[in-house]
Design a binder for this molecule. Structure first.
Ligand SMILES: *Cc1c(COP(=O)(O)O)cnc(C)c1O
Length: 432
């Protein structure tokens, strides 16, 4: 790397993109708005690295927002894809690869006895909600403040300042009527959930949550929280749904539900399961999944669902992850990284609290503990924006928001961690 951090080409492409696409991007966080900068335009990715169109190389802790868990464009995934490509890009008919990936998912994820493939995490969450409602014959759902379940109308709600408020939409264009059945509670607050059940007898279809929150930074469930939700839902005839779009095949091969030993009724998957191609999935108890069309009356369909290329990337990725030691490696490397970050920050006199589980990590620039979204908001976002820029200049690509988790891959080496910690150390001392 040269001393001068030049992003002229990125700037030019992004300026042009802004005239062509809203905000210049295909998904909002990519625009770097919350870190007060303009995005880096990527040219290529490989292993632990990404390169921009100005020739800068970054050690990448976003990993395409999770899918690149084996490292970007893993040679085995790439060659499997090349082979699959020869047979065609889309069938629109059943293919054996779907059985193969379905078997792998069912074997891996404790709650999943039957699975339906879709094209994104958003789709999986939309579909699972329809299924929850159909199975229970109830319309209401409980979600948690700070949890993201894709951009469907019914989930675009966060709680107000009260303990639990009736849903008000987060975005214009979402009618109040679509979110009026969405109840919210603070994460890690079993009492609030208990109250919602008491106030809405026989009306709540289920509780959906990220078993580890990665869309509000990195918040872990307090001991007893997941277990408590399991009991509360059972007692009230409601379903428990883990949105494992981010945590599935990341926290352990069987997801957060395997790691914490709490089995939901239904699970949504995405990100890692597609190995870098667009795949989502929802699955769970056979008696519930049997209600999905054409086995049952709950309609849900997709022209490109179960696409042979996407299935191939997913299968290969899971095969690599399944090998002995993958999750131990992710755990050890990520621990080393987060511990190093926290030590450097503290040495520079900064308040920080950071955590990791397996290959997922995050830190808040404030005193802890952070148990919910309200507490997460204490983080120093202004400082984070400066830190983000400084790390980019030193060749490290972090998620462009103080409220996103970071991701380690199997391709990151000890040398990469050393280089990353050195960059953090320098940034903290320069900025303090
Ligand atoms: C990313 C994510 C989604 C949405 O998935 P998309 O593929 O972006 O539609 C849903 N839930 C969680 C927990 C996620 O992290």
């Amino acid at each position: 790397m040269t001393n001068v951090f030049n992003t002229t080409n990125s700037q030019d492409v992004f300026d042009a993109a802004k005239e062509l696409m809203p905000g210049g991007v295909s998904s909002p966080v990519r625009a770097f708005k919350s870190v007060n900068g303009d995005p880096i335009v990527f040219d290529r990715v490989k292993g632990a690295y990404s390169w921009d169109i100005d020739g800068n190389r970054f050690i990448d802790y976003v990993g395409s927002w999770g899918p690149a868990i084996c490292g970007h464009s893993h040679p085995e995934v790439t060659s499997a894809l090349q082979e699959a490509l020869e047979k065609g890009t889309s069938f629109g008919a059943p293919c054996e690869l779907e059985n193969k990936l379905a078997e792998m998912v069912i074997e891996a994820v404790p709650s999943v006895e039957m699975v339906r493939f879709v094209n994104s995490g958003t789709e999986a969450c939309m579909a699972v909600l329809r299924l929850m409602r159909a199975f229970t014959g109830r319309d209401k759902l409980i979600k948690f403040e700070g949890c993201y379940h894709g951009h469907a109308d019914m989930f675009l709600v966060k709680a107000g300042s009260g303990v639990a408020t009736l849903g008000l939409p987060d975005s214009p264009g979402v009618p109040r009527s679509t979110t009026s059945n969405t109840l919210t509670a603070p994460y890690n607050d079993l009492e609030a959930v208990k109250e919602l059940f008491a106030e809405n007898p026989d009306a709540i279809s289920g509780v959906i949550l990220e078993p580890i929150v990665g869309n509000a930074g990195f918040i872990t469930p307090e001991p007893g929280f997941l277990e408590g939700l399991r009991e509360l839902t059972k007692e009230n005839g409601a379903l428990l749904v883990f949105d494992e779009v981010m945590t599935g095949f990341r926290i352990s091969y069987g997801g957060a539900q395997e790691r914490f030993g709490v089995t939901p009724d239904l699970t949504t998957l995405g990100k890692v399961i597609g190995g870098g191609l667009p795949v989502g999935a929802y699955g769970g108890r056979k008696d519930i999944m049997s209600m999905v069309a054409p086995a049952g009356p709950v309609y849900q369909a997709g022209t490109l669902s179960g696409n042979p290329l996407a299935m191939t990337a997913g299968i290969k990725t899971l095969e690599i992850l399944k090998q002995e030691g993958s999750y131990e490696r992710l755990e050890t490397m990520t621990k080393r990284l987060i511990n190093g970050i926290c030590e450097s920050a503290k040495a520079a006199g900064l308040a920080i609290n950071g955590k990791s589980i397996s290959g997922m990590f995050g830190f808040y620039l404030c005193d802890g503990p952070v148990r919910n979204f309200e507490e997460a908001k204490q983080t120093n976002s202004e400082y984070f924006a400066k830190l983000h820029r400084s790390m980019l200049q030193k060749g490290v690509y972090l998620a462009p928001s103080a409220f996103e988790a970071g991701f380690m891959s199997l391709a990151h080496s000890e040398d990469d961690i050393d280089a990353t910690l050195k960059a953090f150390n320098e940034s903290f001392s320069e900025l303090s």
